[in-house]
Write a protein that binds this ligand. Structure first.
Ligand SMILES: [Zn+2]
Length: 156
């Protein structure tokens, strides 16, 4: 078994759609990024790649690459799972924490788990997603951005 950790943060900006954990969130702003800005999936990809000792998401999908502009991060996640499979590794379980002052993410958690489980080729019982605020402290608390942490266990 191998364990990995991932972290990501992006700035909230006008004129962007908010996508977290592969789910479209109803919110007036979105996350500024080369891709769709899904911090939760980016942190998860880094946890998976970290567990496999395969570097990080920026190495595999550089933000200078035109083919990744505006890309659905679920596509990146599925590519990471393919890479793991080629290395003889499969996902055991994952645990994510999304740090956002607003919006309230509880109504979206179940759908995030369903989407992530599908992309990871695991049972939904192997995918946990949590959301927390920082009680107004720091960049997340000031609604300047959203961050995410992920831990992943691989088997192989
Ligand atoms: Zn990112």
């Amino acid at each position: 078994m191998r364990i990995g950790h991932g972290y990501d943060a992006h700035r909230l900006a006008d004129g962007r759609l908010l996508v977290l954990g592969g789910v479209r969130i109803d919110y007036p702003q979105g996350l500024a990024a080369h891709s769709d800005g899904d911090v939760a999936i980016h942190a998860l990809c880094d946890a998976l790649l970290g567990a496999a000792a395969m570097g990080d998401i920026g190495r595999h999908f550089p933000d200078t690459g035109a083919e990744f502009a505006g890309i659905d991060s679920r596509v990146l996640l599925r590519r990471v799972v393919e890479l793991l499979g080629q290395a003889g590794l499969s996902v055991g379980n994952v645990d994510l924490t999304i740090v956002a002052q607003t919006p309230r993410l509880a109504p979206y958690i179940q759908q995030m788990r369903e989407h992530l489980a599908a992309d990871l080729c695991v049972d939904i019982g192997a995918v946990n997603v949590k959301a927390t605020t920082t009680e107004g402290m720091g960049f997340a608390g000031r609604r300047e951005g959203i961050a995410a942490y992920a831990v992943a266990l691989l088997e192989g």
